[in-house]
Design a protein around this ligand. Structure first.
Ligand SMILES: NC(=O)c1ccc[n+]([C@@H]2O[C@H](COP(=O)([O-])OP(=O)(O)OC[C@H]3O[C@@H](n4cnc5c(N)ncnc54)[C@H](OP(=O)(O)O)[C@@H]3O)[C@@H](O)[C@H]2O)c1
Length: 262
């Protein structure tokens, strides 16, 4: 039995990967990993797929170990791994709390790397890994600093991993979407008093960007950048000094209203 493991399967991009991978031949069942069990159960029921629901907080070592235990017990053959669990918070170093800062790194980087490493031994030639980077991974972004840096880590990690995986016939793709219409965006701008973007446009649809990424992954591409705007950002990063891009970004920001007094 060949399976697809999707972290962050309870909403947004991860949920859309479940919909689209279901259509591929050769995937018999899914493992969905996130914190909201009911959401994952509902998605499995709606899609009519067999799913092993792993309810885990991947910022905690217990959550990571829950995935490891399942792998060791069930010894599946993994055709696809999608690491879509992730979040970001806008705000300066003095505007967002330490807890959120640490969790961004723990989820976007540490959990992604640990899960990738523990899954690879269960993949055969042809296995595919999709790591969620972002259009934010190309440029240092003040007031989205830790998130953007956490995604730059994913890009470098994935590119280097691909060299290591070559001898096994497995490929990893770093998925770099622009702003996508999911729960991510309102959550990212939710800190009262924080510095946030005035607007987040163009807004992409999960269906389109995930379709493109699945194709890129099957072809074995190292990176998939979604739309013209994000491709332009990628190009500018190669051509323009990053301090100029960071300054241009500062012009797109505003301040959230402060927290209301109780
Ligand atoms: N939307 C965008 O504009 C955008 C752009 C570029 C990159 N991305 C990246 O795409 C990925 C998916 O984001 P999305 O847009 O689909 O947002 P989303 O709808 O908020 O999905 C995030 C997923 O991560 C899971 N998650 C969050 N915290 C978790 C934790 N502590 N442990 C386990 N799972 C956790 C959530 O599930 P539970 O809450 O149930 O745990 C949810 O399934 C993220 O890595 C994000 O950085 C998004």
């Amino acid at each position: 039995m060949s399976i697809a493991i999707i972290t962050g399967a309870s909403s947004g991009i991860g949920e859309e990967f479940a919909k689209q991978l279901k259509e591929l031949s050769g995937i018999d069942a899914f493992w969905f990993v996130a914190r909201r069990r009911e959401r994952m159960e509902k998605i499995a029921e709606t899609l009519g797929v067999e799913a092993n629901i792993i309810c885990a907080d991947l910022t905690e070592s217990e959550g990571i170990e829950a995935v490891r235990r399942e792998l060791e017990e069930k010894k599946p053959e993994v055709a696809f791994l999608v690491n879509a669990a992730g979040f970001g918070k806008f705000g300066g170093f003095d505007e967002i709390d330490e807890g959120n800062v640490a969790k961004m790194i723990d989820l976007n980087d540490k959990a992604l790397v640990l899960i990738t490493h523990m899954v690879i031994p269960y993949m055969k030639k042809g296995g595919r890994i999709i790591e969620l980077g972002s259009g934010s991974c190309f440029t240092p972004l003040p007031y989205f600093n830790v998130y953007a840096a956490s995604k730059a880590f994913v890009l470098h990690y994935t590119k280097a991993l691909n060299f290591e995986l070559k001898k096994y016939g497995i490929r990893a793709t770093c998925f770099c979407p622009g702003w996508v219409d999911t729960e991510f965006l309102p959550l990212s701008k939710s800190v009262p008093g924080a510095t946030v973007p005035k607007e987040m446009k163009p807004l992409l649809k999960t269906q389109k960007v995930v379709r493109g990424c699945v194709k890129a992954s099957i072809k074995g591409k190292t990176m998939y950048v979604t739309n013209w705007y994000t491709k332009l950002q990628h190009l500018l990063f190669k051509l323009v000094p990053d301090c100029l891009l960071s300054k241009a970004w500062l012009g797109m920001l505003t301040k959230n209203p402060p927290k209301e007094e109780e």
